[in-house]
Each structure stands twice: as C-alpha cells, then as structure tokens.
Design a protein around this ligand. Structure first.
Ligand SMILES: [Zn+2]
Length: 438
C-alpha cells in the first residue's frame, strides 16, 4: 500500500509505503509499483493508530454487553488499533486457565491488536498468570469478578512485589472507599434520570477518595520499585500527584468532556467509577491534558445494555462505552483549536507505546508496525449511537461532533474503511494479535 500526500502530526507532508505489515518508507515523491494499492491522502492527516490501554470487552461472561468481535470493530471504526483488556470478566483473568480462555477468544475474533491484563484477587495465581504473555496487572483495586473494591493492603503490596520482580507494569484503580460519603446515597434519590439521582454518585465517590488513593499507590509503587500506572485519573489533584512522581496516569474522554453539569441529561447512564466531577475539576483535567501533565488518554470502555443502565441509581452498573469516540472527540478538539494534533497523537499513541513498552507501535516511522489512521479534519460528523459498532447501543456523547477515520490500518491490513461521500463502511478480517506474544 502507498499512501500519498498525507499531512503528518508534525506538519510534514509525506508519502508512506507499507509492506508486509510494516512502514517501509516515509518519504516524498514515491510512485506506486504494480499491484500496490494507492491511497490519495491529499488534504488529510495520517496519524498512528490509537493504543487504548483500558477497555472492558466483557468476554468471557458478558457477551450480551460486548464481545471481542463487536468491541474491536468499534475500536477499528474509531481509529484504535490496539486495545488492552481489563481482568474483571467472568471468570476474572486471575490465573493461567482464565488467561488462556480469554486469549483464544480474542485471537479468534479481534479486529485489532490486543493485550490482556491479569487481575489480583484473594485467589489469584501469580505463577500461572506470569507464565503467560501478560500485558500488565490491571485495575488492581477492582480486579475481582463482582467489581468490589478493596483487595487488602497486604495483597496489594504482594502484587506490586511480584510485578516488580518481572518488570510488569501495574495499573491501579485509585479510589479509597473509606473516604466515600455514604450519606450522599441515603434518602430518596428520586426516579431514574432525575437530577438528584444523577448527581448523587458524584457526591458519594468523593474527589478526596481519589487523591488519597493515588498518593498511597504512588508511595507503595516507590517502596516496591514497581511501575505504577494510575487508571482513569479524574481530578486535577490526582494528576498533580502523579506528575510529581515516577508513576504515570491516564484520563478518560468522559472525564475530559463531561462534568456533573451533564448528569441531569445522562441520569444513571452517567454513573461510572470514578464519577463525573465538578465543571471546575473537569476543566482542570482538560488543561493538564493540554499542557502535558497527562501521559495517556484511555477510554475505560465499559459497555452495559440500555436496560441495565435504565435502573435506579444503586442498581444501574457503573461504566460507559467510549472506544469508538475517543479519537474522534480529541480530533474535534484539534479542529476547534483547543488541542494541538501533536498532543493528541502523543496521548493516544506515542505515550502509551513508551509507557507500556510497545516498541513497534505508536509512531509513523520506517520499521514500525503499519498501524495507521487517515482522517479529514475539515469533515466532522455528529456522533449517533445507531452509527456506532459497540453492542451496547448507546453513547454518553450522543449529538456531539467527532472527526472519525476514513481508513484504519492494522499491521498493513485495511481493518476499517468508510467512504466519506456515501458513508458506506467495510471491515477487513479479525486478524488481531496479542502484542505481548512474539
Ligand atoms: Zn475499567
């Protein structure tokens, strides 16, 4: 494949040749050779495919919400070429057998490359788990199958030590449940979708609970020499604590773009962990993304069905979908001048590759994997749940504008394509590979 005349994130206009899954040349004046597909990319941007280090594709055990097939199609259509799945599936990914079961599902069905995180529960099995091509220990505070928080401190420290010994990063869900405000959930919360219902979750899971847990995770990581990555940091306080440490952090699109002001519209569909914060905190998080203190944007794509979400607050499960709308929303912020395109490239591709040691991913350079996304920054479109590919069938960003890919390439193969004129879409083959296997 030869992609000609594309603007890269750094402003250079280049031709990019792809051969055998790899970027073979980034140059000017390249001519197509016989049998090679040529893509005229003039006027468009060519970016590295996004690496979403935080998704929940729900298999095994939750295929009515999402599958490796539907989740990875949603990823490809949103310009995400690598995903990392978290361990709170059913059964949870806490031993070699559970890892192998998930791995075989992903290998058969995923349209994008993937990594698999292992979990830590009272009955996890480090010996068999670390014997597999493990991506990281994931969501350490949230790793059991019920979604309850709070493996105890001893187990957390054991997990950090085990991970440090094998140089496996640890992704920490940092919220301290002892600092939640139980009173916020007492009394009459009103019906589904009322303002009282919607906002109570944010009042309950306090910002202080996150800040305290981030501090503790950073300290424990330093103590054990483990590489700690804080998942879905939702407060300026949490991000600032990470910025002053050796740890890294990610933020989600929903914490960047939505606040408690949106909860009236979202109702229980806006329940997630950590919760939406005040508008002041949201804008503080966005500023830190813009100015460089945020390492990674990752989605915490956590699909649930509409019926599951349309329940009273204490019954509706936590989580929102997002893998397909992350790159489009960030690119829309580029289009409107709020973010630079290089910053967006860094937080979705360059930085996740370097933080998690994916040497072949996240950059458009000779010799790298040809994971590519072609976008037209002059052509945003409205986000509609009906046009997205997740099985869950809804999005918290209904009606927002997004810049979606025209072409998504995974290791040189066209995985997703959309005709910008007719809107016709096509997918390639489910040929995703585990990024930790050689
Ligand atoms: Zn998660």
């Amino acid at each position: 494949m030869l992609i000609t005349g594309a603007e890269l994130a750094d402003g250079r206009v280049r031709d990019v040749r792809v051969r055998e899954g790899t970027i073979a040349a980034v140059d000017e004046g390249l001519d197509p050779v016989a049998g090679e597909r040529a893509v005229d990319a003039r006027g468009r941007h060519l970016l590295p495919g996004a690496i979403d280090v935080h998704v929940h594709f729900r298999e095994p055990g939750g295929s009515h919400k999402e599958t490796w097939g539907t989740g990875s199609r949603s990823a490809a259509a949103g310009g995400v070429t690598t995903v990392v799945d978290q361990p709170n599936t059913s059964p949870p990914t806490v031993d070699g057998a559970a890892f192998d079961a998930k791995e075989s599902m992903a290998a058969a069905a995923s349209y994008v490359d993937y990594g698999i995180n292992g979990g830590v529960t009272a009955d996890w099995d480090p010996e068999t788990l670390f014997g597999r091509p493990l991506f990281a220990l994931g969501e350490v505070f949230l790793a059991d199958s019920t979604g309850d928080m709070g493996i105890d401190v001893d187990l957390f420290e054991t997990a950090l030590a085990e991970a440090a010994e094998r140089d496996v990063p640890v992704t920490v869900h940092a919220e301290d449940a002892t600092l939640f405000d139980d009173a916020a959930l007492a009394g009459d919360l009103g019906g589904i979708g009322t303002a009282a219902t919607a906002d109570a979750w944010s009042a309950y899971r306090t910002a202080e609970a996150e800040a305290a847990a981030v501090e503790r995770a950073i300290a424990a990581g330093a103590e054990s020499a483990a590489r700690v990555h804080i998942a879905h940091t939702s407060t300026p306080e949490g991000i600032d604590a990470v910025a002053d440490s050796d740890a890294t952090c990610e933020v989600t699109p929903h914490h960047l773009f939505l606040s408690r002001e949106n909860t009236q519209r979202l109702g229980t569909f806006g329940r997630m962990n950590p919760p939406l914060r005040s508008e002041e905190r949201r804008s503080g998080v966005f500023e830190r993304l813009r100015d460089g203190d945020v390492d990674i944007v990752a989605t915490d794509h956590a699909p649930h069905t509409v019926a599951e979400k349309r329940q009273p607050l204490t019954d509706a499960p936590s989580g929102v979908p997002g893998v397909e709308t992350m790159y489009p929303l960030l690119l829309e912020s580029v289009r409107t001048g709020e973010l630079s395109i290089e910053r967006v490239r860094d937080v979705v591709a360059t930085n996740p590759a370097s933080v998690f040691g994916l040497d072949r991913k996240g950059r458009i350079e000779e010799g790298a994997d040809a994971d590519l996304v072609l976008v037209d920054l002059t052509n945003p479109r409205e986000i509609e749940a009906g046009a997205l590919h997740s099985r869950c069938g809804w999005t918290p960003f209904e009606g927002w504008q997004g810049v979606f890919p025209e072409l998504t390439v995974v290791r040189g193969e066209v995985t997703y394509e959309r005709d910008p004129v007719t809107g016709a879409e096509s997918f390639g083959e489910p040929a995703g590979k585990n990024v930790r296997s050689s």
